[in-house]
Design a protein around this ligand. Structure first.
Ligand SMILES: *Cc1c(COP(=O)(O)O)cnc(C)c1O
Length: 239
């Protein structure tokens, strides 16, 4: 087995163990392999093990990989900050966008989604307490944004996403619990949301315990990124 293949196996074991501990079915948790900064060859290697869903944060790099790997028919998820002038290529090339936090971005994605494709699956990124970045909608504004996004015909509002500030031990669970409760609250208001996109290499176990349905895992699959992840810097935050 290659390094990536065996890492994928251990990540799946971790997900299964966390699911079992939470009395959940591992089948209800999708593994999104976060391949940002890694070359197409690494994605292809993961794909050979059967991994289909890949997450990317940097648009140009992602578009190059999508083009290079088109024959594999993979499912691409955009998980990075979405700039206004990048909405069209995202709408044209991705199956999911996890990081929608403003109506104007959602409208632009909706307007640019090609009619030949199914609606773009969307998660609203929420700034729960302890969020590492300044991006994400505030919990108080979330219901109004959800209502407006759900009305856009070329988007399917699937659920909520968050990126908590790194924490250790039991403290990891609080932001995930908050996201779960926000989803429950929206569902009581009539939204049908099947997705909680939460949990990364260092905290996926806590996220699964709190109900994650998609975990976004990079480092634990591909190794430590050579290039620094700029996401927090891009968002202009001071953690
Ligand atoms: C990079 C990234 C991940 C993966 O993080 P790891 O710690 O490498 O698992 C998950 N989600 C988002 C939004 C990211 O930018």
């Amino acid at each position: 087995m290659t390094t990536i293949a065996s890492a994928l196996t251990s990540v799946k074991r971790r997900i299964a163990a966390a699911a079992e501990a939470a009395h959940r079915s591992p089948d209800d948790i999708q593994l999104l392999a976060v391949s940002k900064t890694w070359p197409a060859a690494a994605v292809a290697e993961a794909a050979r093990t059967g991994q289909r869903a890949f997450g990317e944060s940097y648009l140009q790099e992602a578009l190059d990989k999508i083009e290079a790997l088109r024959a594999l028919a993979l499912e691409w998820h955009f998980i990075g900050p979405i700039q206004r002038n990048k909405t069209r290529p995202i709408a044209e090339n991705f199956a999911w966008a996890h990081s929608v936090d403003r109506l104007n971005i959602a409208q632009r994605l909706n307007d640019a989604r090609p009619p030949a494709l199914p609606p773009l699956n969307v998660c609203l990124q929420v700034n729960v307490s302890g969020e590492a970045t300044k991006s994400g909608v505030d919990p108080e504004t979330l219901p109004a944004l959800a209502r407006a996004v759900a009305a856009l015909p070329r988007l399917t509002l699937r659920g909520l996403m968050t990126i908590p500030r790194p924490a250790a031990g039991a403290a990891q669970r609080a932001p995930f619990q908050q996201l779960r409760q926000l989803r429950e609250s929206l569902m009581r208001q009539g939204f049908s949301l099947d997705t909680l996109s939460m949990g990364m290499s260092s905290d996926l176990d806590a996220a699964v315990a709190e109900g994650a349905t998609i975990v976004r895992v990079g480092t634990a699959i591909f190794g430590a990124r050579q290039r620094e992840d700029n996401q927090r810097i891009d968002n202009g935050s001071t953690p």
